[in-house]
Design a protein around this ligand. Structure first.
Ligand code: PXP
Length: 249
């Protein structure tokens, strides 16, 4: 049986990062989301951080009102974010760890240490009809915890692998193997498997060769490329890389 089509979720946080660098309203992340969808994105991802360093509350409301594809709302497991998700009802919520000091989401959720708190949040979000995914390290223990938490979806953190590839580090293949094994295990456990963080054309193409992965969420690289070639072309090239990687799987 052929592998399912691989969806591309475009993370638009950095459009808001640029907007906020100057203050004011431009560039508008909602315009970016509409353009990304026109260029082939299957969904839009936005992370409302506690310090509102990029996406703001109003952006989430405008996105939900404006876009024709699913919104994946990235959020920390806090009372504030749970309340916002329950009030705005995005299509999906991806639960991520968040520390004020970090530049980006540096590791997967602690689904073992935070099990009960994450389970409670997951139950509340699911009851509101929101599809919950957990951003986790690619490990069997984390996958088993995700099942016990009751999440239907996991997003495997590809950051360590992508970093190792960029640095030409010897452990890059071991990191990829962890992702490959985790994606197969996720399917075996009945979890829908997504992946993301740090992906570029080459790493997205390779991940596309894993048949159990059905969605990639990509932001930083696409927005960087967009500066040089424009957002539609960057998304078109990413789509082509993903299709090439998936061909024949
Ligand atoms: N998935 C999750 C859960 C994230 O938090 C992020 C952003 O940090 C991404 C995917 C996208 O990562 P990047 O911007 O490196 O493509």
């Amino acid at each position: 049986m052929a592998a399912p089509r691989l969806r591309l979720g475009v993370n638009i946080d950095h459009i808001a990062t640029v907007r906020n660098a100057r203050g004011g309203a431009l560039p508008d992340p909602v315009r970016g989301a509409l353009l990304a969808i026109e260029a082939g994105a299957d969904g839009i991802t936005a992370h409302l951080r506690e310090d509102r360093r990029h996406i703001r509350d109003e952006d989430i409301r405008r996105l939900i009102a404006s876009i024709s594809k699913p919104l994946n709302f990235e959020m920390a497991v806090t009372d504030e974010m749970i309340a916002i998700a329950l009030a705005t009802k995005p299509h999906a919520a991806c639960l991520v760890p968040e520390k004020r000091s970090e530049r980006t989401t540096e590791g997967g959720l602690d689904v073992i240490g935070g099990h009960d708190r994450i389970r409670e949040a997951t139950t509340r979000l699911k009851a509101a009809g929101i599809r919950v995914s957990l951003f986790i390290e690619p490990s069997v223990e984390a996958l088993q915890a995700a099942v016990s938490i009751g999440a239907p979806v996991v997003e495997l953190h590809t950051g360590s692998w992508c970093e190792a590839v960029t640095e030409g580090a010897a452990q890059a293949e071991d990191e990829f193997e962890r992702i490959r094994i985790a994606s197969a295990k996720a399917a075996e456990l009945g979890l829908e498997c997504h992946a993301g963080h740090g992906l570029d054309y080459a790493t997205a193409k390779r991940i596309a060769g894993l048949p159990q992965v059905v969605e990639l969420n990509i932001g930083h690289f696409l927005m960087g490329e967009a500066i040089f070639v424009g957002l539609p072309q960057a998304i078109g090239l990413m789509r082509a890389a993903m299709d090439e990687g998936r061909a024949g799987v």
